[in-house]
Write a protein that binds this ligand. Structure first.
Ligand SMILES: [Zn+2]
Length: 390
């Protein structure tokens, strides 16, 4: 058995919102090219996805919405369902391209469930804002929700979803808000200051599923040490208690300091550290099963390709040293598209990702968020929110 699987096909570049929309598929293309240039994918067979079927999409979406998505390119106006907006413009083959994104995450999930791999990564996935009946935040169909729903019907009764995108994972939270079998945890920039305006620590799940939704809203400008401090104050304890059979992670990289759409201040080094941490938690808490998908990330040239190459490398246990040079052939490829962008020369931002334990007085702004989240959900999991050792 190959221990890890990578899902990729260039047809996934068809999910293209067009014009100067920030969700530009070049970020995926440049990631795969960088991973290839560095040898990360050497000898790894890529799993080629098929579009998700209507029956699969209905796991997370109502039939009327599917029809609206299919019809939208012909209708062109007044399609409703969040379509035809600046965030979610109608594009040709929208249904087919969106269904392929879902199919790619489904393939990753199925490969793990059937024992073909313990880990799988799909950088094209992570469309976490899509709702049952509408598009939102650049997302048409919610691949995360469809795949988790499928896992629940195929041998998994405890699924943990951890969302490290800068935006709240609202669509996935909404899909499982009343389902105690799914623990959703989202770390994101505070909803006062960023789309979608949800993800408060008080959002904990509905009756019967209290504590199954966990939210850690972080102050703008939070950097690697603060983000990691918050993560470690909340996530490992909850996963240890919940004991998921699989860890699903949305690995959006719009939390980077250079991202044009948001205001957290993480680095490529922070992202790399997060992936290594998630891998360790999958090993210690989830029988080693880890399904990683992409997500947001709009610094197309300097950030996304490097961070997600680290993600793929981490999933494959082919960790790249931070000071690994960025290959010159990749740089030439980017220059053809973006001649004026100043490109990084190595796989690091030279940032120190060391962090200290919550409650030590080093970061009071982040600790306010940590305490609110712990007090909201820790007692529901049999944990002491005020225990400084935890
Ligand atoms: Zn995002």
């Amino acid at each position: 058995m190959c221990p890890s699987a990578v899902v990729w096909d260039s047809a996934l570049l068809g999910y293209d919102l067009g014009g100067d929309h920030p969700f530009n598929p070049i970020r995926l293309d440049l990631t795969i090219r960088l991973a290839n240039s560095l040898g990360v994918l050497d000898g790894i067979p890529l799993l080629v996805p098929e579009p998700a079927t209507a029956a699969e999409l209905h796991r997370a979406h109502v039939p009327e919405y599917l029809e609206a998505v299919k019809q939208a390119p012909m209708v062109g106006h007044d399609v409703g369902h969040g379509l035809g907006t600046p965030d979610n413009p109608v594009f040709s083959d929208m249904h087919e391209s969106s269904a392929l994104v879902v199919g790619s995450t489904m393939l990753a999930a199925r490969t793990i469930a059937e024992g073909g791999a313990r880990r799988a990564v799909n950088i094209a996935g992570g469309l976490h804002h899509a709702m049952r009946d509408r598009a939102s935040g650049f997302c048409v169909y919610n691949d995360c929700s469809v795949a988790i729903s499928w896992l629940l019907d195929n041998g998994f009764s405890r699924v943990a979803y951890v969302d490290t995108d800068v935006h709240h994972g609202d669509g996935v939270q909404a899909a499982f808000y009343g389902d105690p079998r799914v623990l959703t945890i989202s770390l994101h920039q505070h909803p006062f200051t960023l789309f979608p305006g949800t993800g408060y620590s008080s959002e904990i799940g509905t009756e019967g599923a209290e504590g199954s939704a966990v939210n850690i809203p972080l102050p703008p400008n939070t950097a690697d040490p603060g983000w990691l401090r918050a993560f470690h104050a909340v996530v490992p304890s909850l996963l240890g208690q919940f004991k998921p059979q699989i860890l699903v992670t949305q690995c959006g990289v719009d939390s980077h300091a250079e991202d044009p759409l948001a205001d957290l201040s993480l680095s490529v080094d922070g992202h790399r550290t997060i992936y290594r941490t998630l891998r360790g938690l999958a090993e210690s808490c989830a029988d080693g099963r880890w399904l990683a998908v992409g997500g947001g990330g709009y610094q197309l040239f300097r950030v996304v390709p490097r961070s997600w190459t680290h993600l793929i490398a981490t999933v494959l246990d082919r960790d790249l040293a931070p000071r690994t040079p960025v290959p010159s052939n990749w740089v030439r490829t980017v220059r053809d598209t973006a001649p004026r962008v100043e490109l990084p020369t190595t796989m690091t931002d030279d940032r120190d990702t060391g962090f200290s334990h919550w409650g030590d007085g080093a970061d009071d702004a982040v600790d306010i968020a940590i305490r609110e989240t712990r007090r909201a959900v820790f007692p529901l999991h049999g944990l002491d929110p005020d225990d400084p050792r935890d």
